[in-house]
Design a protein around this ligand. Structure first.
Ligand SMILES: [Zn+2]
Length: 262
């Protein structure tokens, strides 16, 4: 059995493996406080029943962990009954699952983003916000009438905190709703920046409270990330004509009432 993270979004620190018991915690990297994101593959363990022991607190949502058996394309929550009171969880790896993915949520990386963009290429006008520090093009999506001709203008952004992956599914839902509503198509210019910290999404970083600065705290007169001044210019361009809604999407914590309902 191997625990692997050599793919987009991968993140874990394995403390030790003792027979069928895996002791692990999130890899915080440059985040300066305990945080919750982890995503790994269990390989070459088909047919085995394994128990996973978090060695730090607060790394599970009120669901069980999520699992994928197709390389992270599709996810489902495990049965909550597999989780014990102290957040240990036990899973039996299917006989044909040689790459069994587990995560605290449902990781959404560039592969999912590309599928969405491709499947809606007839409505999305796809360009580049700017290059990331690692040289990856940060996508900029626009749809609806032009900025000048629109009745209303909205901006959506997500993944300033790169680990907050569930926001990406909400963004997909918002955009699909707008695409299928003739009124929106006629009246609303929509701009979306789905992966602000695209490097962090690929690396599987926490992103939150990143040192020396996290992407969401970079909006002052001395930004350190190339995306920040471009985002500020984008907002100013909209405001000069009339910006109606700007929604920067987050899912900052993993459980408790303030984070599970509006
Ligand atoms: Zn956030």
């Amino acid at each position: 059995m191997q625990i692997q993270t050599d793919f987009d979004g991968g993140n874990v620190l394995v403390d030790r493996i003792d027979g069928d018991h895996v002791y692990f915690q999130p890899d915080l990297r440059d985040t300066d406080r305990p945080w919750f994101y982890w995503y790994f593959a269990v390989q070459n363990a088909a047919g085995r029943t394994l128990t996973f022991h978090p060695t730090v607190e607060n790394i599970l949502t009120n669901h069980a962990p999520a699992m994928s058996v197709d390389g992270g394309k599709n996810w489902q929550w495990l049965d909550p009954q597999c989780v014990s009171q102290d957040d240990e969880f036990t899973v039996t790896i299917a006989d044909n699952a040689n790459d069994y993915r587990l995560s605290m949520g449902m990781p959404y990386v560039k592969a999912q983003l590309d599928v969405f963009a491709q499947s809606h290429h007839d409505q999305l006008r796809i360009s580049t916000l700017c290059q990331s520090p690692k040289g990856i093009a940060i996508p900029l999506w626009q749809m609806g009438p032009t900025l000048e001709q629109a009745t209303y203008r909205v901006i959506f952004s997500a993944r300033h905190h790169c680990c907050e992956m569930m926001a990406s599914y909400v963004l997909e839902g918002l955009l699909e709703a707008a695409m299928t509503d003739p009124w929106w198509q006629e009246h609303v210019h929509v701009t979306a920046v789905p992966f602000v910290d695209i490097d962090g999404v690929a690396a599987g970083d926490q992103g939150k409270s990143r040192k020396p600065r996290d992407h969401n705290r970079d909006y002052d007169d001395k930004p350190i990330y190339p995306s920040t001044p471009v985002m500020m210019a984008l907002v100013k361009e909209h405001c000069a004509i009339g910006l109606d809604i700007l929604m920067d999407m987050h899912c900052p914590w993993i459980r408790h009432p303030g984070n599970e309902a509006i």
